[in-house]
Design a protein around this ligand. Sequence first.
Ligand SMILES: NC(=O)c1ccc[n+]([C@@H]2O[C@H](COP(=O)([O-])OP(=O)(O)OC[C@H]3O[C@@H](n4cnc5c(N)ncnc54)[C@H](OP(=O)(O)O)[C@@H]3O)[C@@H](O)[C@H]2O)c1
Length: 289
Amino acid sequence: MELCRATLSRAPFLPAAPPSLPVRDFRKRRVVCLSSGKSESTESPKDTQMVVSVTGATGFIGRRLVQKLLADKHKVRVLTRSITKARFVFPVENFPEIIIAEEEEWKKCIEGSNAVVNLAGMPISTRWSPEIKKEIMQSRINVTSKVVDLINHTNAEVRPSVLAQVKLKSLMRLVLQEMTTYQRFSWIHLDDLVNLICQSLTNPSYKGVINGTAPNPVRLSEMCDQLGQVIGRPSWLPVPDFAIKAVLGEGASIVLEGQRVLPAKAKELGFSYKYPYVKDALKAIVREL
Ligand SMILES: NC(=O)c1ccc[n+]([C@@H]2O[C@H](COP(=O)([O-])OP(=O)(O)OC[C@H]3O[C@@H](n4cnc5c(N)ncnc54)[C@H](OP(=O)(O)O)[C@@H]3O)[C@@H](O)[C@H]2O)c1
């Protein structure tokens, strides 16, 4: 997956997202690629408290991101389609400090936020048809357009300075069935992805587009071997459903893309992976089950 980070402070306006490929246009005009060779800032996020608005915060990546932002003492505004759902995900007794807002309140939340993270979109973990694929794409375009529009209509003094967005590279690339067991694919542990997003919010060297993948892609057969070892079952035995789901499904900490993508820019930036190897990532996932 790709992470885009747009620096907004010097740009008076983001281009309005066109109906087809919103992010591509950002890249041409305002989003600077995360390709700087500078190393990570030594400044801890704790030194600079931010207000961060997050769409899709109730989802797989968003939940972990919100927890991490709160742990780093930032303030979080959850932009959701449903307060009821969001309150269920973030119960007030555990998350008293977050603000939850439905769409009509998004503008107010974005005003005064230092950063916006856009993770919203219809889930991809569903049986796909041409119509569903269109809906999956359209849902992302709609939310991105709305967020960009709201940012554009925010006064410069209260405009967020960063927009970060995790995006699908191409829906077709995510079709696991098209892979052979010998084809290498890229993956990333959820904690590393969340750390990468957080770095992009706090570190100005993280600009533009960065591949959110671990540095060591694996073959499907290797991953099955490793998973077999981690859960103590020979890899020639069928891997149990719960384990496959844990790795590939919604509750997974491994994120698949149907191609080998290397995180050259993250490496250039000196991003430090907690889980560079799939075996360690799998161990961590299984520990959490
Ligand atoms: N997880 C992965 O493996 C993976 C891989 C590549 C890229 N990504 C991208 O990263 C982003 C976050 O992924 P995720 O796995 O955390 O997503 P997710 O669990 O499916 O959650 C996405 C959130 O988007 C909102 N949403 C759902 N349907 C929507 C719709 N039709 N229109 C607008 N908003 C909708 C929901 O939030 P509310 O109900 O609170 O509004 C939901 O919690 C997505 O854009 C995804 O495409 C994820």
